[in-house]
Design a protein around this ligand. Structure first.
Ligand SMILES: Nc1ncnc2c1ncn2[C@@H]1O[C@H](COP(=O)(O)OP(=O)(O)O)[C@@H](O)[C@H]1O
Ligand SMILES: [Mg+2]
Length: 231
């Protein structure tokens, strides 16, 4: 089933007097349980597309349809609600809060998300999620004592604790060595399948493409290539 569709998206930025079209009519359909890798040279518009799809930036033209609803026509509050309840985010750096333990990072996310759970259920859910990313044994640790790969695992758990439908990941392995990168990508792939979410992931890493269902290559604001990955 198509969960998400991006129809003819255009985005223009104005720098002083100069108008520059960064996205020039992007169309893409995302299905449940699918991992889509977005590749392309630096500056080709990958992060802009990702943030627009996630409702973090407005479009100049075109539509983002999520579960049949046109997000581009929604007001800020309606978009915020969708983001808080249906979307999860992972970036290059984990952005964990330094003075919170692993467990508390996830707890905080539950507190600010729209996901309603009783206190005792919250604890169970936090444990379950940490189990899924293999970090339950470090639940009382602070970020400073974790490795880069472990921090990303916690960031992934935090991104998924409120049971979103879509995971947006912008170069989640860019600061990891190749062994850790592979582990993190395999984890994202496993969770995408097991939780039946949709993952849109920007990556630079060629090795990671084997784990995507679809690879979309961007160049200068357009999709130049799209293929189903050979697995
Ligand atoms: N807020 C902004 N204002 C002006 N130009 C921007 C803005 N955000 C991105 N750009 C420009 O859009 C282009 C694409 O950027 P980006 O989407 O970050 O590319 P990528 O993630 O593929 O490296 C770049 O040339 C960048 O400078
Ligand atoms: Mg980028």
């Amino acid at each position: 089933m198509s969960l998400f569709s991006i129809n003819q998206i255009r985005k223009t930025f104005t720098n002083g007097e100069v108008e520059e079209e960064i996205l020039k009519g992007i169309t893409l359909t995302l299905k449940e349980g699918e991992i889509i890798a977005l590749v392309g040279a630096s500056g080709s518009g990958k992060s802009t597309l990702l943030t627009i799809a996630a409702g973090l930036q407005s479009v100049t033209d075109g539509q983002i349809i999520f579960e049949g609803k046109n997000m581009s026509a929604m007001n800020q509050e309606e978009i915020r609600k969708i983001r808080a309840s249906q979307f999860g985010f992972v970036f290059q750096f984990s952005h964990l809060v330094p003075f919170l333990t692993v467990e508390e990072q996830l707890q905080l996310m539950l507190d600010v998300s729209e996901y309603q759970l009783k206190k005792d259920e919250q604890k169970k859910e936090v444990n379950r999620m940490l189990e899924l990313v293999g970090m339950n044994h470090r639940k009382n640790a602070y970020p400073s004592s974790l490795s880069g790969g472990e921090k990303q695992r916690v960031a992934i758990a935090r991104a998924l604790i409120h049971q979103p439908k879509v995971l947006f990941a912008d170069e989640p392995t860019a600061s990891l060595d190749s062994k850790r990168s592979k582990e993190v990508i395999l984890l994202i792939r496993q969770l995408t399948k097991d939780l039946n979410i949709t993952t849109l992931m920007v990556t630079h890493d060629k090795e990671m493409l084997a784990f995507a269902d679809t690879i979309v290559k961007m160049s200068d604001g357009v999709i130049v290539h799209k293929k189903e990955s050979i697995k």
